[in-house]
Design a protein around this ligand. Structure first.
Ligand code: FPP
Length: 257
């Protein structure tokens, strides 16, 4: 356990926007795909870090709904990288007790990648050391619309009454519904925005931004984020006095430990 982050305040669920791969490569006058490859190595380090620090869930934004609009060559290179990573890494992650899942519009990927995604999920489904979720062809607005569509279908077919729809019913149909919401969100690469990632799930998440480009992120960067998180007072809409008197947080948000 690092000395600058109290073990009692380690996030249970970490969500990351891994930004800056392209700039990392451009600064070295290399093609952008080299940056994505370096980014894939940083993913391995981040997974190692989470396992070592007892972080229970890690959700990574690997490819947004909007990323399909990038130049064909870059999208193709990223697809190849995802396929290779799925071929190479799944067995080792499984051995280490990592459960792998994907959220997003899976039908937009080609059959080879979809088959690997399905197989990775099936192989690792009973694991519980780290819940690794890869957001791929994912958008927070899509996630909300998808949940709304599922509820609308159930109302139309008489399984749910419109007046029964509350936040819990909605949340149960969103991606990551079986995990606690992210405690800590990290965005690398210097931009200070959420960019259509987990819009519903981040409602009370602590946000942390760094200029560091994703391929340069190492254990020291992640320790810094954890140390900052450990200092935050999470109030969940209550007053500071209530929180320091150990007023319990709303039940759906759980405790902070
Ligand atoms: C954003 O950087 C990053 C991406 C769009 C791709 C993320 C992919 C990886 C980290 C590689 C592999 C991931 C897995 C899960 C195997 P950017 O290209 O937008 O960087 P820029 O802002 O500098 O252009």
């Amino acid at each position: 356990m690092p000395s600058d982050a109290s073990p009692a305040r380690v996030p249970r669920h970490l969500a990351v926007i891994m930004d800056g791969n392209g700039r990392w490569a451009e600064r070295r006058r290399r093609p952008r795909v080299i940056g994505h490859r370096a980014g894939a190595r940083a993913v391995q380090n981040c997974v190692d870090f989470c396992i070592e620090h007892g972080i229970h869930a890690l959700t990574l934004f690997a490819f947004s709904s909007e990323n399909w609009g990038r130049p064909e060559e870059e999208v193709g290179a990223l697809m190849k990288l995802f396929l290779n990573a799925l071929e190479r890494e799944v067995e080792e992650l499984h051995r280490r007790g990592v459960r792998i899942r994907f959220i997003g519009q899976r039908e937009r990927f080609g059959p080879a990648i979809r088959a690997r995604m399905d197989a990775a999920e099936a192989t690792t489904r009973a694991n519980d050391v780290l819940h690794l979720t890869i957001a791929a062809s994912y958008g927070g607005r899509w996630d909300i619309v998808d949940a709304a569509r599922s509820l609308a279908r159930d109302v139309a077919e008489g399984r749910v009454k419109a007046e029964e729809i509350d936040e819990a019913a909605f949340a149960s149909r969103m991606a990551l519904s079986d995990l606690p919401p992210p405690d800590l969100f990290i965005r690398t690469g210097g931009d200070v925005r959420v960019s259509n990632f987990l819009l519903w799930q981040l409602a009370y998440t602590e946000l942390w931004f760094t200029e560091t480009l994703w391929p340069d992120v190492d254990a020291a960067t992640l320790r810094q984020a954890l140390a900052d998180y450990a200092m935050r007072e999470r109030r969940f809409g209550l007053t500071g006095a209530q929180v320091s008197a150990s007023f319990p947080p709303p039940p759906d948000l759980g405790t902070d430990e």
